[in-house]
Write a protein that binds this ligand. Structure first.
Ligand SMILES: Cc1cc2nc3c(=O)[nH]c(=O)nc-3n(C[C@H](O)[C@H](O)[C@H](O)COP(=O)(O)O)c2cc1C
Length: 398
């Protein structure tokens, strides 16, 4: 139902995102998008680039008087740093700057140079850079507006940086409070003591000219049962969410619910037993969870069974590897001279796990908006609401 494309080089003029298939009548403003762009730029451990960029979106199509039109939504984010790169990044003139010939281990430089036959690795690194994630965050912010208007909310927090872990990770309730704490932490960790330890771990990595990765969680509440499907591999919700998360730069693993821990637990302790309540209660916003309903007292499955949401909150976890650009030199080989070298760099993040969590919210929001539209159909907010309420009634009467 939904599609998006992004375009833009890291030091080019701008990033562009086009979101297609979005229904009419959803309230969207540049303010909503800018809030998430700003959240992406925060976090302890970021490099100099974030001091230069103050991302602001300009909506150039698809929204009128604060509401979506159902035409493609086009968004433009200027790269403030571009003025310093006019010559090097000019689309027309042949520029001055020296070619980049020294690939960084862990980055796209070498594989991309070989694949596209680029002897100047800048032609690869400009697009593989996670600067692109600003455009994805804009798409995610619009997707969140759709979800939010039907009582579905997306949260994220950081549960580990380096070897420091927050022991509250894996809790499956009290998400509003956990999220509120994460929002005021420099590292997006809901626990103050763990946050301080994480900051120290980042300081140590920085002092050593090194970088550091970590783990974050994304939780979605208000998700009704039946999003995604068991019938075909590419319709499975867990598969689609994993793809969305794995597509984020430097994400190397994804878990749903207890994830890898399930491999060492017996089935009797893994699967979430099924209960039923006939009480007639509805959530504050009138959407899901509505009773009577089937429910679980545990959520080891992370809200997904058989490739479909099961009505419990969706709980995902992902790991980000350490940033590949290091002040501490790593061995590599110059692609022109074929000679080994060990180079240090001037500007890079030491840790971007808190920012990656915001990008992950966006990736998850887009995927959830897509499956939600598949289930509810509808070209306008009014039609979706009518269809969704009909489905909720069907669930209550099941
Ligand atoms: C929010 C965010 C910020 C990042 N910042 C940097 C950075 O400053 N320097 C760097 O080398 N890599 C950074 N990365 C990681 C690289 O973009 C990523 O490792 C690279 O594109 C190679 O892709 P892969 O790790 O998925 O294989 C960042 C990733 C994210 C999600």
């Amino acid at each position: 139902m939904l599609k998006f494309l992004t375009a833009g080089e890291s030091h080019g003029k701008c990033l562009t995102a086009i979101l297609e298939g979005f229904p009419s009548g959803i309230e969207v403003s540049s303010g909503h998008i800018n809030t998430d762009l700003e959240r992406r730029q925060g976090g302890y451990g970021r490099g100099g680039r974030m001091k230069i960029e103050k991302d602001r979106v300009e909506i150039t199509a698809g929204v009128r008087h604060g509401k979506t039109l159902a035409s493609p939504i086009s968004m433009f984010i200027e790269n403030k740093d571009w003025v310093n790169w006019l010559d090097i990044m000019s689309p027309d003139e042949s520029g001055e700057g020296a070619a980049v010939t020294r690939p960084r281990p862990g980055h796209a430089d070498l594989a991309g140079g070989l694949k596209y036959n680029h002897k100047d690795l800048r032609n690869i690194l400009e697009r593989s850079s996670a600067r692109e994630t600003a455009a994805r965050v804009a798409v995610g912010a619009v997707s969140k507006r759709l979800l939010h208007s039907f009582g579905i909310n997306v949260y994220s927090w950081v549960s580990g940086i380096g070897e420091v872990f927050w022991d509250g990770s894996g809790r499956y309730s009290g998400f509003d409070e956990i999220f509120a704490e994460a929002e005021v932490s420099d590292v997006r960790c809901p626990d103050k003591k763990a946050s301080e330890k994480m900051k120290k771990a980042i300081d140590v990595a920085k002092k050593n000219g090194d970088s550091i990765g970590g783990v974050f969680e994304v939780v979605v509440t208000g998700v009704p049962p039946g999003l995604g499907s068991h019938v075909q591999w590419d319709r499975k919700l867990d598969g689609r969410l994993a793809q969305a998360l794995m597509s984020i730069q430097a994400i190397k693993g994804v878990e749903a619910g207890i994830g890898f821990a399930a491999g060492s637990m017996p089935g009797s302790k893994t699967h979430d037993e099924i209960y039923y309540t006939s009480a007639k209660v509805s959530s504050g916003n009138g959407f899901w969870p509505r009773h009577p309903r089937f429910y679980r007292k545990t959520n080891n499955a992370g809200g997904i069974e058989g490739g479909m949401s099961n009505g419990e909150p969706i709980v995902l976890r992902a790991v980000m590897k350490p940033i590949p650009t290091l002040y501490k030199p790593l061995r590599s080989v110059d692609i022109i001279t074929k000679k080994p070298f060990a180079a240090s760099v001037e500007r890079s993040d030491t840790c971007a796990v808190p920012a990656a969590a915001i990008v992950a919210e966006a990736a998850v929001a887009f995927t959830l908006a897509d499956v939600f539209l598949e289930k509810t159909g509808g070209d306008s907010a009014v039609e979706i609401e009518r269809n969704y309420k009909g489905y909720l009634k069907q669930l209550a009467e099941f």
